[in-house]
Each structure stands twice: as structure tokens, then as C-alpha cells.
Write a protein that binds this ligand. Structure first.
Ligand SMILES: Cc1cc2nc3c(=O)[nH]c(=O)nc-3n(C[C@H](O)[C@H](O)[C@H](O)COP(=O)(O)OP(=O)(O)OC[C@H]3O[C@@H](n4cnc5c(N)ncnc54)[C@H](O)[C@@H]3O)c2cc1C
Length: 191
């Protein structure tokens, strides 16, 4: 059994953003992804900071490169079951079993059939999304330490919104783990 502090389920716009922030804060994190992001279909002309249009997959690959820089580990395995074991989360993939203290669900509009936990659900707010997970201001679902970010959490389906939400939720998870409000600011060196 492999153990980690945080498991991120989904490596699209929100999951990769969360993974990068967690790894940059030195929080042990595994991000599971089965390569079904809607970024495969997107041609993005509305991402502040990106002046030229870019494909969703270019954006995804740039986010993965940033994850690599901070040693955020991406595991290319589908999560087949997510349940609880004692006070932890048990993640069963096609290849292995993992235990984590926290989970961030960043699964976009993909089915939640793997979710074997009694968590509150509502009909999707977005026209093409079947189910959303209601979350608190910190991104926590009705189950303690189980968070959700991006489209699955009911937020508007834009890449910048999903990436921002992944970062936002990660900051709250990091703050909880470290026991103090986490601030990720890099400062321009003095001349
Ligand atoms: C046709 C189309 C065009 C779009 N165009 C634009 C645009 O121009 N501009 C814009 O801003 N946005 C656009 N979007 C929307 C944008 O791509 C999404 O809002 C954004 O990708 C959502 O991020 P997310 O992280 O919530 O979900 P996703 O990016 O879809 O990521 C979810 C990830 O979870 C993974 N996953 C799910 N279940 C499992 C599991 N059981 N195990 C492992 N991994 C799992 C998937 O493989 C996927 O990688 C477009 C979307 C579509 C469909």
C-alpha cells in the first residue's frame, strides 16, 4: 500500500493547478489522471496571461511541465474506487492501492461511479454536467477532508476558472495541513 498526504483525482485544468501548489508547498501529493480532460477539445482564446490562442492540450502540457518543476507526481492510472478506511481515504486504481489523508476531486464532467463514499450530491449546475458536489467556501464537500475543485464542484466551465479553483482549494488544504494560513508569494529580488 502506497501512502500519501493528499491525493488529487483528475489531472485536468483544476487538478494540475492543485497538484502544483501542493508540491510547491512541499506537501506529499499524488495526482491520478486517466487522460479524459475536456481540454482535449478546447481551443483557448480567453486565458488571461496567454495572448495567443492555444489548444487545451498545450495548456495541459504547460501545466504538467510546471508540476514537473516542483516534483508533483502524476500517476497515469484511472481511479476505480474511492472509499474510506479508518480515518483515511483508500484509492484503488487499475494498478495499485493508495491511502491518503486528504482527497481533492478534480474530475470535471466525468462520471463519479468510482466514488464509494456517502457524500452530498446535487444535479449539475452546468447544462452538460450530470452531478456536482456541493462545497464549502474552502472547497470541502460534506465529508471532512474530501475536497472538490473545478467543474465537479459546480463552477463555470472555463479553464482559467478551473485552474484558479484548483489553486484556491489547494491553498486551503495546505493551510489545514500546516496549521496556519498558507501564502504562496514569490518576491522580486532586491537590486
Ligand atoms: C468543446 C469544449 C471547448 C472548450 N473551450 C474552452 C475555451 O475556449 N476556453 C475555456 O476557458 N474553456 C473551454 N472549455 C472548458 C475547459 O476545458 C474546462 O472548463 C476545464 O478543462 C475544466 O477543468 P476541470 O479540471 O474541472 O476538468 P477537466 O479539465 O476535464 O479534468 C478532469 C480530469 O479528471 C480526470 N479523471 C476523471 N475521472 C477520473 C478517474 N476516475 N481516475 C483518474 N482520472 C480521472 C480526467 O481524465 C481529466 O483529466 C471547453 C470545453 C469543451 C468541452
Amino acid at each position: 500500500m502506497i501512502e500519501t498526504s493528499v491525493a488529487v483525482v483528475g489531472g485536468g485544468a483544476s487538478g494540475l493547478s492543485a497538484a502544483m501548489y501542493l508540491a510547491k508547498a512541499d506537501v506529499e501529493t499524488l495526482t491520478f489522471d486517466n487522460d479524459k480532460s475536456v481540454l482535449h477539445k478546447a481551443y483557448i482564446k480567453n486565458y488571461p496571461g496567454k495572448v495567443e490562442p492555444l489548444t487545451g492540450i498545450t495548456l495541459r502540457d504547460e501545466a504538467r511541465s510546471l508540476c514537473d518543476q516542483y516534483n508533483a507526481k502524476i500517476v497515469s492510472e484511472a481511479v476505480e474506487q474511492l472509499t474510506t478506511q479508518d480515518s483515511k481515504f483508500l484509492i484503488i486504481t487499475s494498478e495499485n492501492s493508495y491511502l491518503s489523508d486528504y482527497v481533492i476531486l478534480a474530475t470535471g464532467q466525468n462520471p463519479l461511479k468510482f466514488l464509494d463514499i456517502d457524500v452530498d450530491k446535487v444535479d449539475g449546475a452546468q447544462p452538460f454536467v450530470k452531478t456536482n458536489l456541493p462545497v464549502s467556501a474552502q472547497g470541502e464537500t460534506s465529508v471532512p477532508n474530501l475536497f472538490a475543485a473545478g467543474v465537479v464542484a459546480g463552477h463555470p466551465s472555463q479553464a482559467i476558472v478551473a485552474a484558479g479553483d484548483g489553486a484556491r482549494v489547494a491553498v486551503h488544504v495546505i493551510s489545514r495541513i500546516k496549521g496556519e494560513y498558507w501564502v504562496d508569494h514569490d518576491v522580486l529580488p532586491k537590486e
